[in-house]
Write a protein that binds this ligand. Sequence first.
Ligand code: AMP
Length: 397
Amino acid sequence: MTSFKTYNFKGKKAIVRVDFNVPLAKENFEITDDKRMQAALPTINKILSDGGSIILLSHLGRPKNGPDDSYSLSHLTEHLQKITNTKVLFADDCIGAKAEKMASNLSAGEILLLENVRFYAEETKGDDSFAEKLANLGDCFVNDAFGTAHRAHASTTQIAKFFPNNKMCGLLMEAEINSAKKVMEESIRPFTAIVGGAKVSDKVLIVENLMSKADHIIIGGGMAYTFKKALGGDIGKSLCENDRISTCRKILSNAEKMGVKIHLPQDSIVADSFSATAATRVSESDQIDSGWMGLDIGPKASEKFSRVIADSKTILWNGPMGVFEMPPFEEGTKTVANAVAEATKNGAYSLIGGGDSAAAAKKFNVDLQISHVSTGGGALLEFFEGKILPGIAAIER
Ligand code: AMP
């Protein structure tokens, strides 16, 4: 595999696949969070400072039927120009005569942003001839889109084969891979995985795969109640996936056999409705009255989880401990976020991944105190599920 850091981009037109799938305000298409654009800057800056030019490929959202202004990357041009301090040209089609002409006229030090690759159905189908048309625009290929590395799409995966000796991972992609490997393959013990969020079904594979790696698995959020029910608890009208009860039992018994400690929340903040103005009280998580639902972990659980985290040397966190978007149910996630930050300060390596946990870390002002906050949601989850990510495999091949 070619090394991005040592590759000399002087005089080259580099096709860079980025993940500029940023949130836009509905009224005026203003970017409400530019984290993904900022994350690509080290790669962009290195190519420009070598004396190269850049052709940027990205998707934005999930357009269904071809071009649609609400998913146009043109809304990003001005901001990109500002944060790169570089002239940014925009082509309103990612292939075709106009894109080809603009790419061939591109001068060193310039950036050409191409329109949303998902305006073509061929992108998500992983179409080879579409990938070839994209590939023909430049001299080399850099994949810096970790967020879409789990998709075998034309601009993330198929395109790489047209650059057998000139394909590489960008700096963001490299940082993401290194961080995920540090946790999965080189973890210093004790290794604690914190898994939360709404559903057991979304996290079964990751919990199963972590079983052979982690010493402790902390389970919070809505998914904890299916486990509580599997243990015979009363969970009122808390989230429950009845078809996953046997899976939960299997996970608990495997954990015992493998010496992995699974920590479920002893108590919960329960509410009489799913609302920020609901009546609330503290309840044991396995004795929740009917008509009430667990929407956050309780104080005993927060304390216990914090102690486990404090004793850890490697920490992976995916999924909030409760409905942290509503103030009455944010305390558990906030406490865990602070515990992860504190453990990191004391020498632990911490990785937070998945949109919601990253948003929670930011909300509680600990994002800068974490070793690595991943830009990948689905991609990171699939990595931790033990799957091969096609976008990375295509570069390594
Ligand atoms: P996920 O995308 O699976 O990580 O789930 C994140 C979502 O789970 C967040 O929007 C939380 O509000 C929600 N969530 C966390 N805990 C609970 C709970 N106890 N009951 C219902 N939803 C929850």
